[in-house]
Design a protein around this ligand. Sequence first.
Ligand code: UDP
Length: 328
Amino acid sequence: MAVLVTGGAGYIGSHAVAALLEKGEEVVIADSLYQGHEQAVLGGKLYIGDLRDEQFLAQVFGENDIDGVIHFAANSLVGESMEDPGKYYHNNVYGTLCLLEQMKKAGVKRIVFSSTAAAYGEPERVPIDEYDRTVPTNAYGETKLAMEKMIRWFDTAHGIKSISLRYFNAAGAHESGKIGEDHHPETHLVPLVLEVALGQREHITVFGDDYPTEDGTCIRDYVHVSDLADAHLLALDRLRQGGESAVYNLGNGLGYSVKQVIETARHVTGHAIPAVTRDRRAGDPAVLVASSARARDELGWSPSRSRLEDIISSSWNWHRTHPEGFKS
Ligand code: UDP
């Protein structure tokens, strides 16, 4: 029996593939390589194609004995989703519909879904828990929430059990140093800060230091990508053991400020990392921290790499040795 990982050549997907291979699972990967990298796939059987291509997906399910799916394949840039929501509805929502229809046809009854805490929108309170209201403030979060809901209806109607995992700030890189973050364009804080340390940028821009937080900068929940990968495996195991459909947050529960991230990166890299403060970025809430008590209790998830220093060190190890990402 094999696990199908869609988007398995992407940042988080490739770490999930690595974790599955380390566990001795048979892995099949479906990725369009629009954003993913072939070199990020450390093993398994890679199929290059788009989930919206019915023939392609039928081939993937036809040639393999798939017992569960971990679904990462999606567009995930908030800014882009606001400029081109159609692209997000088409690839994310319609792509997921095509996947579910194939699962139904093939009789595959388990799916672990890579969702996002952007499904909550502006938080009512922090830490956010799974019962809080979901009112996304951008099209990306809206499509992910629509995908979650569609997946649930396929449980009601067809018995396809699902676990949706909502997380914010994935960071860090695999301990082997072979895979890590490689986005074009890069918009995330941790890799941008490390690009300054590598001399690829002159400074890091801090988007606002007048937030109602201790040091005035935004607080976010940074989770090590390998801890996230582990949670997807635990979720799949739970479904294999007959677990019911559920939604879990994944976070470190602590939260770190933009200034703390920059300071830790200075410490880890030994580089001065000049910072320039600018205006706030539109749509950034002051504090986003998830409560993952439920994932800990019910999935037995215990993130072991939550220290900011460990997250940034592993990321630095990747960026330092791969200054041009997978092209290096
Ligand atoms: N941020 C920043 N400068 C940058 C990129 C990000 O100050 O060049 C801030 C951003 O405003 C947010 C935090 O860093 O408060 C994390 O942003 P990122 O884009 O990495 O992830 P997001 O929280 O948007 O998912």
